[in-house]
Structure formats: structure tokens, C-alpha cells
Design a protein around this ligand. Structure first.
Ligand SMILES: Nc1nc2c(ncn2[C@@H]2O[C@H](COP(=O)(O)OP(=O)(O)O)[C@@H](O)[C@H]2O)c(=O)[nH]1
Ligand SMILES: [Mg+2]
Length: 246
């Protein structure tokens, strides 16, 4: 089964080589990497180019002209991966918060569902022990009280960014329906998954803080998440499984 890791990067020059090696060493057949770089000022794109030259069959890079956001990077990456014959699409960050070691088990579980979610909020899952209570509370609040209550989602980790999709799930969701770009991209994808009747399976992960560098998410992205969640509800609340794209 052709499997592609879609890896968006913005200023990840310090981790891109290490994360790519960890992924290429996984005991998974036919796994390749698609980097989506937004012309990172720190030269991540050029480093990824040399990785692609070193592993022409396994590493590919899409260069975009400037920082266009996480959601749009994923949508471009998912589309490209599907158009080039990928069956399973892995969505993850390039900063080691999503540990590559979980991938073999997640792929195995994909057989019995439509998307596998690396989840911080199911039993056995957790967030970095260095998170202070303020950050824990905010993340919990955004997940449980806010997004899950408004959207009536069953998934526990609504903002999870570590997922493995079957190609068919992404095709049925129809990526042209997706409007959001920052954290709320994850919420919108989770909502579309459930409204359209796809089965998500959550597996516990330990979410480690990025090892190097800083978050690329601005405060405005966080506010976008809050108000856009209401819009996501308005836009997609009427969808049913018959609305899957065929
Ligand atoms: N291509 C692209 N990648 C991005 C953008 N914003 C964030 N990323 C990448 O998306 C992943 C998640 O971002 P990160 O800053 O770690 O967010 P956080 O984990 O919520 O703090 C990382 O691999 C980033 O390099 C963007 O605008 N464009
Ligand atoms: Mg991160």
C-alpha cells in the first residue's frame, strides 16, 4: 500500500533532516515523504531539496511562495499525494510532537476504520509533562467544553493533528468543502469526518513539546479557531453520509 507522509514545514531547518530519517527508517513498506514548504526564511526548503536529491524515490517537496497556513498546506499535500497514487496519507507535524514510532500501529489499525487519530485525550494518551496548568486547561477547554459541545463530536481529541487517512475518506470528504486554515482546520476535518459517517479510531499518544524552535502558530490563529468553530457548525451541520462525494 503506497503510504505518504505529508509534512508541512515553516522554519524547521533544525528538525527536517532528523524527522525525515526517522520516518524513512520505519518498518513500513512503500512509505514516502512529501514536504510542503512555504519558502521558509531559514532555508528548510533547500535542505528538503537535498534530501529529495539523496532519496529521489522517497522524498518529494512542494515549494510554495510564502507562508500560506497549515490547512492550505495539508490540502495541497493531500491532493498531490492522492493524485500520485497514494492509498494511505499520514498527517503530522515536522517538530517531533507527533512521534514517528506510533505510525506502524496506526497503519495497522487503519484496516478497520476510515481514519486513525493519534489522540492525547483517550485513556493512555497525554500531553508533555512540562505543560503548565494554564496551557493544559486551555487545550482541554478548547477540546471538551468548546468544540465537542458545540459540534457534538464523539472524538475526544478534536484538535489532533496526527492522523492517518484512507484515500477514500479524503475523497469522500471532498477537500473543496474545507474552508479553514489554522488549528480550526483540524476541527473542521474532524466534524466533516463525523457528519459524513466515517469511522475515526483514536489511539493514545504522548504529545511531546517541539524539541527545537518555536510554535509557528500566531495568536490570530487561536482566535480564528474560536469563532470559526461556530461557522464550521453552520456550514456543515446539515451534512449526512449521503453527502459523501462519489
Ligand atoms: N507549509 C507550512 N507549514 C506550516 C505553517 N504553519 C505551521 N507549519 C508547520 O506545521 C506544523 C505545526 O506547526 P507548529 O508551529 O508546530 O504548531 P504547534 O504545534 O501548534 O505549536 C509544523 O511542522 C510547522 O512547521 C504554514 O503556514 N505553512
Ligand atoms: Mg508543533
Amino acid at each position: 500500500m503506497k503510504t505518504t507522509v505529508v509534512l508541512p514545514t515553516y522554519n524547521e531547518a533544525q528538525t527536517i533532516v532528523e524527522i525525515a530519517s526517522a520516518l524513512l527508517e520505519l518498518p513500513v513498506d512503500d512509505l514516502s515523504i512529501l514536504v510542503i514548504d512555504d519558502n521558509s526564511p531559514d532555508g528548510t526548503g533547500q535542505i528538503a531539496d537535498s534530501l529529495a536529491a539523496e532519496h529521489p524515490e522517497r522524498v518529494e517537496i512542494l515549494h510554495r511562495l510564502g507562508k500560506k497556513g497549515l490547512g492550505s498546506a495539508y490540502i495541497e499535500g493531500f491532493t498531490h499525494a492522492i493524485n500520485t497514487g497514494t492509498e494511505a496519507i499520514i498527517q503530522m507535524d515536522a517538530d517531533f510532537s507527533h512521534a514517528p514510532r506510533y505510525i506502524p500501529k496506526m497503519l495497522e489499525e487503519l484496516r478497520g476504520c476510515d481514519v486513525v487519530v493519534g489522540s492525547r485525550y483517550v485513556p493512555g494518551g497525554s500531553v508533555d509533562e512540562h505543560w503548565g496548568w494554564g496551557r493544559r486547561m486551555l487545550s482541554k477547554f478548547a477540546n471538551t467544553a468548546y468544540a465537542r459541545l458545540i459540534l457534538r463530536l464523539h472524538v475526544q481529541d478534536v484538535t489532533a493533528g496526527f492522523k492517518i487517512w484512507k484515500k477514500e475518506t479524503l475523497l469522500g470528504i471532498d477537500l473543496r468543502r474545507v474552508n479553514s486554515n489554522g488549528y480550526v482546520f483540524q476541527v473542521e476535518m474532524a466534524y466533516l469526518t463525523e457528519r459524513l459517517g466515517y469511522r475515526a479510531l483514536e489511539l493514545p499518544i504522548y504529545f511531546e513539546d517541539r524539541r527545537i524552535g518555536r510554535s509557528k502558530m500566531s495568536l490570530s490563529v487561536k482566535f480564528e479557531a474560536a469563532w470559526r468553530t461556530l461557522q464550521v457548525f453552520q456550514q456543515h451541520g446539515n451534512l449526512t453520509p449521503t453527502d459523501r462525494k462519489r
